[in-house]
Write a protein that binds this ligand. Structure first.
Ligand code: NDP
Length: 306
């Protein structure tokens, strides 16, 4: 049986930052990197808002560097996922991964969240070429351009407002009728009162148009089935995120599928800490995830010393 001081689940900015800190603190660290090592940033292009890279850096390159740094101080990294966690007591845990079982005195869960996509072929083909699921990450690429946001929740309203800092015009495409809009009243009003934002209700995205860059979208009216085309240069899909917490049922308390945390990184189970998007629907940034990873590592260090 392999025994560790801490097992970090996930290898996005939260998990890798946690591993840098725990291994530098000479805690025997295992990173179960998951099936997509590097996390969500490996599927993006330019990252311009991560400090230290004034010219920007490509997402996959940033994550390759973080993975190297995560291993530099002795952190062991395996490209496999955790299937389940067994709590023996507050300082003894078993993590199952396939046929293997790893033992640890503490765990940091940093398994992230997955942006939901519509599932259209054209949407997937144009990801990184004008289709994005993160306005804070990619909004600045659309200065004086017309963009469309798909979704009717708080995130769609927030993204639409945020995008008006750059875009000349923002259209919000909602599949439901106006009276059934899901977003909270205050968020709806903010978007509706923004002169750069217009809404198209009862309509869905049929296709993203363009070859190497987005130059429009086809939309379909749900009620009349009428199809039309709108010229836009950016498509922001804001239809929710799914935190990767399925394997945690009964281990820690979840809230709307996210890990519930108190005191920044503590979960309901002593000895298990959480960091990054898996416990944070609000900020969802690489730099905040990294910060939370650092905090979880320091909390683990203190916990094990107690
Ligand atoms: P939500 O689940 O709240 O909303 C998702 C939206 O996307 C809904 O309008 C839904 O439509 C729509 N949608 C889902 N699937 C499709 C599809 N296939 N095609 C078209 N539309 C689709 O997710 P959010 O990310 O908006 O918010 C998640 C949580 O985070 C919420 O609790 C929210 O309140 C919170 N949040 C809070 C913020 C704040 O307070 N500042 C900012 C951002 C998020 P339908 O209504 O038809 O189901």
């Amino acid at each position: 049986m392999n025994k560790y001081d801490v097992i970090v689940l996930g290898s996005g900015p939260a998990g890798l930052t946690a591993a840098i800190y725990t291994s530098r603190a000479e805690l025997k660290t295992l990173i179960l990197a998951g099936n997509e090592p590097g996390g969500q940033l490996t599927t993006t292009t330019d990252v311009e808002n991560f400090p230290g890279f004034p010219e920007g850096i490509m997402g996959p390159e940033l994550m390759t560097k973080m993975i190297e740094q995560g291993k530099r101080f002795g952190g062991e990294l395996k490209n496999q996922s955790a299937d389940s966690i067994e709590v023996i007591n507050d300082k003894e845990f078993k993590v199952k991964s396939g046929d293997e079982v790893f033992e640890a005195k503490s765990i940091i869960i940093a398994t992230g969240a997955t942006a939901q996509w519509l599932g259209l072929d054209s949407e997937q083909k144009m990801r990184g070429k004008g289709v994005s699921a993160c306005a804070t990450c990619d909004g600045a690429f659309f200065k004086d351009k017309k963009v469309i946001v798909v979704g009717g929740g708080d995130a769609a309203m927030e993204e639409a407002n945020y995008l008006t800092k750059f875009a000349s015009e923002v259209i919000v495409l909602v599949r439901k009728k106006k009276e059934d809009l899901k977003a909270s009243k205050i968020m709806q009003e903010r978007a509706m009162n923004n002169p750069k934002v217009t809404f198209v209700f009862s309509s869905e995205l049929g296709a993203v148009l363009g070859e190497n860059v987005v130059n429009g979208v086809k939309i379909i009216n749900n009620e009349t089935k009428e199809e039309s085309e709108i010229e836009v240069h950016g498509v922001f899909v804001a239809i929710g995120h799914k935190p990767n917490t399925e394997f945690l049922q009964g281990v820690v308390v979840l809230e709307k599928e996210y890990i519930a945390v108190t005191d920044n990184t503590k979960t309901s189970q002593a000895g298990i800490f959480a960091a990054g998007d898996v416990a944070d629907y609000r900020y969802r940034q690489a730099v905040t995830a990294a910060g939370l990873g650092c905090m979880a590592a320091l909390d683990v260090e203190k916990y094990l010393a107690e």
